[in-house]
Design a protein around this ligand. Structure first.
Ligand SMILES: Nc1ncnc2c1ncn2[C@@H]1O[C@H](COP(=O)(O)OP(=O)(O)OP(=O)(O)O)[C@@H](O)[C@H]1O
Ligand SMILES: [Mg+2]
Length: 300
């Protein structure tokens, strides 16, 4: 449904250029799609381009055969799109219903009756029906994030783009929010960006990993896990003195009665005969991918 080819974007600030996207090729189908990558990878830039807020320098985007580069295509895409930015400014003195109604007006929903019924519907969808009349200043982080989703949904979009929606949420709110996105993805495309590998493992059929403005992986979470087979070990250090060498990345450490247990990812653990091969998880796959792509990850 979304075809992205050779997309580039360079920002110019104070006389120097930052290349945020460096030739992105991506195919995004229906359901939930995860965009993973470290700080500064270009996730927000890509989402802002899809949302029509920022123009790329070159390359093409087609959504349902509408070209983003044409004025008619851009309008068609805007009408089928909902966007939750990484930083959404809320007005603390407005109630949830007033805020979503205001956002709907900005989206050009002129008919008050349709608008009001839509506002009510989306607040119910995100579980805020009971709190519609409360002021936003009293909302928790998770509730605010759900207001953000409600405003993105108010025009009933076929494509929902959410940028780091789970950052700063406690585990319960995060799981709730994740489940909400999965429900929403049943009848629309949802593109989700995150740092949290686990959020994507649980929810996305397809993912892409961005680093330094380039796509370094595209496929399923299972494929990313599979790529790390033979590159993950656990090693117990009885004296708790020696830290495993630099060719191996320490993914986690656990204090056991026998000593510290390290979980290691790397090309080879030959220098540690006591290392035991372990089945990889998605986080191991991510670390192995980043190492292979030449991004040193300093974890200890
Ligand atoms: N408005 C801007 N002006 C100048 N440089 C920018 C601007 N927005 C982003 N950049 C730069 O472009 C690169 C990509 O930034 P972007 O925000 O797209 O990354 P990100 O993957 O969303 O990062 P994060 O995980 O921190 O949100 C970074 O080097 C960033 O400093
Ligand atoms: Mg970002």
């Amino acid at each position: 449904m979304i075809e992205i080819s050779k997309l580039t974007k360079t920002y110019h600030t104070n006389g120097h250029a930052v290349r945020a996207l460096n030739g992105i090729d991506l195919h995004i189908g229906t359901g939930m799609f995860g965009l993973l990558g470290p700080n500064g990878a270009g996730k927000t830039t890509l989402m802002r381009i899809l949302a029509g807020i920022v123009n790329p320098n070159s390359g093409e985007v087609h959504i349902d055969n509408h070209a983003l580069a044409t004025e008619a295509g851009k309008q068609a895409i805007k009408s089928m799109l909902g966007y939750l930015p990484q930083e959404l400014g809320l007005y603390p003195e407005l109630t949830a219903a007033q805020f979503v109604d205001y956002m709907a007006i900005l989206k050009g929903m002129d008919d008050p009756q349709t608008r009001h019924s839509n506002v009510e519907r989306v607040l119910d969808m995100v579980g805020l029906g009971q709190s519609a009349g409360r002021k936003l200043k009293g909302f928790s982080g998770g509730m605010k994030r759900r207001v953000g989703i409600a405003q993105a949904l108010v025009n009933n979009p076929k494509l929902l783009i959410v940028d780091e929606p789970t950052a700063g949420l406690d585990p319960e709110e995060r799981i709730r929010f994740r489940n909400l996105l999965v429900r929403l993805a049943a009848d629309r495309t949802v593109i989700l960006s995150t740092h949290i590998v686990e959020d994507i493992a649980q929810t996305c059929r397809n993912i892409a990993v961005l680093a330094h403005g380039e796509v370094i992986f595209q496929g399923s979470p299972a494929e990313l896990i599979q790529s790390a087979v033979g590159h993950v070990w656990t090693l117990i250090d009885p004296d708790s003195t020696e830290k495993p060498n630099h060719d191996l990345t320490v993914v986690s450490m656990l204090h056991l009665a026998e000593g510290i247990q390290y979980r290691l990812v790397g090309a080879s653990a030959d220098t540690y005969p006591a290392a035991q091969a372990a089945p990889p998880g998605l986080e191991d796959g991510y670390v192995w991918l980043m190492k292979n792509a030449g991004y040193a990850i300093d974890t200890v």
